[in-house]
Design a protein around this ligand. Structure first.
Ligand SMILES: [Zn+2]
Length: 164
């Protein structure tokens, strides 16, 4: 079988291709990235599925590499985490606990829906005007509810007006 042009000049062609790639690397990579992003935006679900599949297939390798990376760059990572915490401080639960106690006390440790009391039921606080609808985290907007009543009610508004 006669050799094709490609087979005859394979080495030269590959060399040339490699040279071209090295010269235009930035451009080519950018183009590839753009094409990939376009595809990803169109196929979000597919992209997510592929990522998930890939993760579960190579999970051990990925986790191992992440661990190694963390050990090698521990100082850098810790510094970054510190900076992140400075910008996004952890919210203390303490003020809320105090507020919760005041709410229970005001409502006489009684579920305001069914009237059952503390040891008999687990008490929780419930937003009168739901947070998801813009309700505030103020004592006037809270009511004592047992867990059962609280879970049954969800986001239904009470007839009470929104507190000012
Ligand atoms: Zn109740």
């Amino acid at each position: 079988m006669p050799k094709t042009y490609y087979q005859k000049n394979r080495k030269k062609i590959l060399e040339y291709q490699n040279e071209y790639y090295q010269k235009n690397r930035k451009n080519i990579n950018e183009k590839t990235r753009k094409r990939f992003k376009k595809w990803r935006d169109k196929n979000r679900e597919e992209y997510r599925n592929r990522r998930r599949k890939h993760y579960w297939k190579h999970r051990e390798k990925i986790l191992k590499r992440a661990k190694e990376y963390r050990q090698e760059n521990l100082e850098k990572i810790k510094k970054r985490e510190k900076e992140y915490r400075k910008k996004h401080p952890r919210k203390s639960r303490q003020p809320y606990r105090k507020l919760r106690f005041l709410i229970f006390q005001r409502d006489n440790f009684t579920c305001q829906y069914c009237g059952r009391k503390a040891p008999e039921v687990i008490l929780e606080t419930d937003h009168i005007y739901p947070k998801s609808k813009g309700g505030k985290n103020k004592i006037d907007n809270y009511i004592t509810a047992c867990r059962e009543c609280n879970q049954g009610k969800g986001d239904i508004l009470l007839k009470k007006e929104e507190p000012a």
